[in-house]
Design a protein. Structure first.
Length: 130
């Protein structure tokens, strides 16, 4: 099972969402920034590293708000851990995505998110999380 961390970066009432490129797996799907936890790495450390690599920021990782396991029809599985990020140093710079946008909670379901994120996105939009 692939272990992944993702950030809910919140600023001025909006959340940061990112679109995968055409060349990534599950192309053009939307997601929250983050990535794979390396062997021996703690989830918060992995997320801090990933946000630096993907967006060029030094993030203060907050509380874990969700822990999801998802099994894709292809047979692959993912374990997702979502953390809130309310503080970071530096300017957000799109280093790997096709697009990066700030969006309101209510607008989240209008984005074509990864299958593993969809129920979580719906809960966020409905105010059940955060």
């Amino acid at each position: 099972m692939k272990r992944v961390v993702a950030a809910l970066i919140v600023k001025d009432g909006k959340m940061l969402v990112c679109q995968r490129t055409r060349h990534q797996t599950m192309p053009l799907k939307w997601e929250f920034p983050g990535g794979k936890i390396e062997d021996g790495e703690q989830p918060q450390s992995a997320l801090r590293r990933e946000l630096n690599e993907e967006l060029g920021i030094d993030a203060k990782i907050g509380e874990e708000v969700a822990h999801i396991r998802h099994h894709y029809k292809t047979g692959s599985s993912v374990e997702l851990r979502f953390f809130v990020v309310r503080e970071f140093q530096g300017q957000i710079e799109n280093r790997i995505f096709r697009d990066v946008r700030w969006t309101s909670r209510a607008e989240l379901p209008s984005y074509d998110f990864l299958e593993a994120d969809r129920s979580f996105v719906q809960d966020l939009a409905e105010g059940k999380i955060l």
